[in-house]
Design a protein. Structure first.
Length: 53
């Protein structure tokens, strides 16, 4: 089981939205358990977020 740390406002402060999406995907793809909160902000609704399932 892969555990990942929550965001704690780390991703919500990135200014480049493309970079924010890539970072979110990098950290949470194949993650089974998030320890803490996962904040998803300023993501275009056309983005593929199925990696969060």
């Amino acid at each position: 089981m892969r555990e990942c740390a929550g965001t704690e406002n780390k991703l919500s402060t990135l200014s480049d939205l493309e970079q924010q999406y890539r970072t979110l995907r990098k950290y949470y793809e194949n993650c089974e358990v998030v320890m803490g909160n996962l904040e998803i902000t300023s993501i275009d609704r056309s983005r593929d977020l199925t990696f969060l399932r």
